[in-house]
Design a protein around this ligand. Structure first.
Ligand code: THU
Ligand code: ZN
Length: 296
């Protein structure tokens, strides 16, 4: 098990520790649990799904990177497929505050990048801020998404975001997590192709400025992230942040990025280049290449 989980793991019930140890000790554990894992955990701990999601929150929060606030937020998103995804907040010293990733965004993006096409519920250890409520309203589950908070009755996004403004107000039909392929042609090496593939699945119905980022780590792994726009424009999640979420969920050190590729259209109405470069610089990576999304 990765070192960062040790302290949180020790606080779990002994039944949950016994059930989780073989899963988290696997080399390929990437902060998500399959439907079969969940069934086994429920059986071995006698917890129902909602109680199990609460019990897992300390592990999700252990993935937080909080050099500024030291306030670790954890989230567990439950996918339609039955798989559960951890999420945690990420703060970047030397960047702007706007670059921060919230735990809810992390869990949702984690699920999206793993191919999840709808979410049923999200469990968080603190009340979701206004920005996260708005971010969640972009999902194809709409205001029906269930939200679980410690000490509160189960509720839906409808309860947390009354009189919501969302994609439907702008007549947008393709929602976040709906499968989409913008069809840009592949070109270049493996990292460039990963960035283009990410751009192909990005959610940019408001600007059509599709984009994706692929990161190669010192260990040789590749993590790709897609841009996710919001009906309110803010809070949209930049493609670099999405890639960093996946890297963090795989227990990789975000200061160990060897090279990065951003795929975006050269004449798009918005551009990610400057912001991506600035945040990468704060993470000690100077090696960013931009590939132009071309024909489709
Ligand atoms: N935070 C979340 O992750 N989710 C919320 O909705 C509330 C706030 C994080 C952001 C920042 O890293 C820290 O908590 C302090 O605001
Ligand atoms: Zn938030």
């Amino acid at each position: 098990m990765h070192l960062r989980f040790h302290r949180a793991f020790a606080t779990l019930s002994s039944e949950l520790q016994t059930a989780l140890a073989p899963i988290m000790d696997a080399d390929d554990f990437s902060a998500s649990l399959s439907a079969a894992h969940i069934e086994r955990l429920k059986q071995q701990t006698q917890l129902d799904a909602d109680a199990l999601a609460f019990a897992l929150l300390p592990l999700a929060a252990a993935c937080a990177i909080t050099p500024l606030s030291h306030f670790d937020v954890g989230a567990v998103a439950r996918g339609k497929s039955g798989r559960w995804y951890f999420g945690a907040n990420m703060e970047f010293t030397g960047a702007t505050m706007q670059q921060t990733v919230h735990a809810e965004q992390s869990a949702i993006t984690h699920a999206w990048l793993c191919g999840e096409t709808a979410l049923e519920a999200i469990t968080v250890n603190y009340s979701p801020c206004g920005h996260c409520r708005q971010f969640m309203n972009e999902l194809n589950s709409g205001t029906d998404l269930q939200i679980f908070l410690p000490g509160r009755d189960p509720a839906t996004l409808k309860d947390y975001l009354p009189y919501a403004f969302g994609p439907r107000d702008l007549d947008i039909k393709t929602l976040l997590l709906d499968p989409i392929d913008h069809g840009y042609h592949m070109q270049g090496d493996r990292l460039e192709q990963a960035a283009i593939a990410a751009a192909n699945h990005s959610h940019a119905p408001y600007s059509q400025a599709h984009s994706g980022v692929a990161l190669e780590t010192e260990s040789g792994a590749i993590y790709a992230g897609r841009y996710a726009e919001n009906a309110a424009f803010n809070p949209s999640l930049p493609p670099l942040q999405a890639a960093l979420i996946l890297m963090n969920m795989h227990s990789e050190d975000i200061m160990q990025i060897k090279r990065a590729v951003l795929a975006e259209h050269p004449r798009a109405t918005l551009e990610q280049h400057q912001a991506t470069q600035a945040t990468l610089n704060a993470l000690g990576c100077q090696n960013l290449r931009v590939v132009a999304l071309g024909d489709r």
